[in-house]
Ligand binder design. Sequence first.
Ligand code: ATP
Length: 308
Amino acid sequence: MPHSLSAVPTAITVHAPSKVNLYLRVGELRDDGYHDLTTVFQALSLGDDVSVVHAEELTVTTTGEGANNVPDDPTNLAARAAIELAAWAGRDPSAAITILKQIPVAGGMAGGSADAAGALVALAQLWKLDIDRDTLATIAAKLGSDVPFGLHGATALGTGRGEQLIPVLSRGQFHWVLALAREGLSTPAVYRELDRLRAAREGAHDEPLPPDDLLQALAAGTAARVAALLHNDLQPAALSLQPTLRRTLRAGVDAGALSGVVSGSGPTCAFLCADEESAINVAAELSGAGVARGVRIATGPVPGARVV
Ligand code: ATP
């Protein structure tokens, strides 16, 4: 091998999935400012790529979808992951991290959390750390409620702040269409709006069905049944802050989706479709309807952050 090539550092790249909440029930506001959650996550094929190489110091560079709205400084969740992992290992957090974003920023699809999970997996390998999955998950939980799920992937029931995970049996592949909104929504702002609506009793909503039915539908792999049981307590708050999302949700169902739901804290709307062909048709119609900044097709469940 020529000398110049041997000097090129080898990058480790990890693909980190986005998520949709099939079910999200928000408990009352706790004294520590958090809400207790019961949620069912599914990891989707739409994901970010996080690459790391050895470097003198810690840097992070973001390219791709919405990169302008992502900080390239230590507040980037991938950089925070590097700092936490290095502290655990008792070493410098030096590495150059590059993120290729496909997950919409501030879209309710846990993009920053995916990047943090991706950085943990990539850096553990780059730095040749002897660290098991449970320890990685503990570090992940410190970084954010959705980061452990970014590591876990697949389909899981989340409790606590969403960081305590139990795997959920899910048969077959589900076909999703995602409608990306023109403006993002801040997760804390959506929770504040939920608290405001609840305090004013304007947000009165039906008691959500217990997730047992949903868990059975997932185990059976019945898309129509899963679609009927999608539920998100944050949806009224997201709709209150971005009323045009009502039109987006209607447009997806009119286009032939089985059902639609705001993903997490929004504003991305996720539509579950009967099969791949239906997803392609729904995506085409939604693109033409002018209700979204962009439309993506995704499948789930997929694995958690992993080296590619
Ligand atoms: P969640 O679904 O977990 O509530 P989200 O998907 O709605 O989160 P993110 O895309 O994670 O939202 O971004 C929220 C904010 O976090 C952004 O506005 C951005 O400034 C900041 N941020 C920090 N690091 C990242 C990152 N790696 N990718 C995206 N946003 C990041």
